[in-house]
Design a protein around this ligand. Structure first.
Ligand SMILES: Nc1nc2c(c(=O)[nH]1)N(C=O)[C@@H](CNc1ccc(C(=O)N[C@@H](CCC(=O)O)C(=O)O)cc1)CN2
Ligand SMILES: Nc1ncnc2c1ncn2[C@@H]1O[C@H](COP(=O)(O)OP(=O)(O)OP(=O)(O)O)[C@@H](O)[C@H]1O
Length: 207
């Protein structure tokens, strides 16, 4: 039972089901979820005190965190986007996102800052130098465990969280319908500070 529950097959099937759920939301439901999510986020101290924050541009039914952008800009927050790092296996760069950032579609069809812009050191920050990361989720549970797209992009890029040093706040975001009873925890999973959906804020219980 445990074995089948924790198998890669089970995770693959669960991902497919949860992605189907979020893609079946209507444009109206998507819009409402995005604005409720952003209302919740604006109240969080981890967002209110952030000076350097990363978020993502949504694809394929993901909940949309971008309504937060004008509010963040008014507060003078620097905004960064994840960029697939070239010539490296499934790790991310966090690249400055402002009006002059040239954008291009990556191999998954997601808009991201163009490589020639992202390649310049002055345009990016190491993940540990961000205050807060808004992380896209495919699934979450009541313990704030997370599951992503399955590429290990965030887990790899956040592996420094296990070592001593500065640690940004990690906020996972998803539609409320992406909650499941329990998620398998993998040894490489990096814990979130909270999961925020359009309906709730879940913080992991500390034992
Ligand atoms: N909006 C957004 N941006 C993001 C992420 C994300 O989850 N959401 N990522 C977070 O990691 C990174 C991209 N990761 C991704 C991983 C897998 C797939 C994907 O569609 N995989 C296909 C297989 C495609 C293939 O193998 O070529 C699939 O699962 O069907 C997309 C993005 C960086 N940017
Ligand atoms: N720090 C790491 N170093 C090397 N490989 C890793 C690391 N973290 C994750 N991986 C690999 O990435 C793959 C995907 O991991 P997992 O199924 O947990 O994806 P996920 O949590 O959905 O991904 P993401 O981090 O992109 O949201 C696994 O095969 C795992 O071995």
């Amino acid at each position: 039972m445990q074995d089948s529950l924790h198998s890669a097959d089970y995770k693959r099937a669960l991902r497919r089901e949860l992605r189907r759920r979020r893609q079946s939301l209507s444009p109206r439901e998507q819009h409402q979820a995005a604005s409720r999510l952003c209302q919740q986020l604006k109240r969080l101290p981890e967002i209110r005190r952030a000076r350097r924050l990363s978020l993502y541009l949504p694809m394929m039914g993901e909940i949309d965190p971008t309504p937060l952008i004008p509010w963040l800009r008014r507060r003078g927050v620097s905004i960064y986007l994840p960029v697939l790092r070239p010539f490296s296996t499934n790790t991310l760069w966090f690249v400055a996102y402002h009006h002059a950032t040239p954008m291009i579609k990556n191999r998954f069809g997601i808009n991201e800052p163009a490589t020639r812009f992202a390649a310049k050191r002055q345009h990016r920050l190491p993940a540990w130098a961000l205050d807060t990361l808004i992380v896209p989720l495919v699934g979450f549970d009541a313990q704030a465990n997370r599951m992503g797209m399955g590429g290990g992009f965030y887990d790899r890029s956040l592996a420094f969280m296990r070592r001593p040093g500065p640690k940004p706040t990690l906020l996972g975001v998803a539609h409320d319908c992406q909650q499941v009873d329990t998620l398998p925890i993998e040894p490489w999973d990096i814990a979130l500070s909270a999961v925020v959906s359009d309906k709730q804020i879940i913080r992991p219980k500390t034992f």
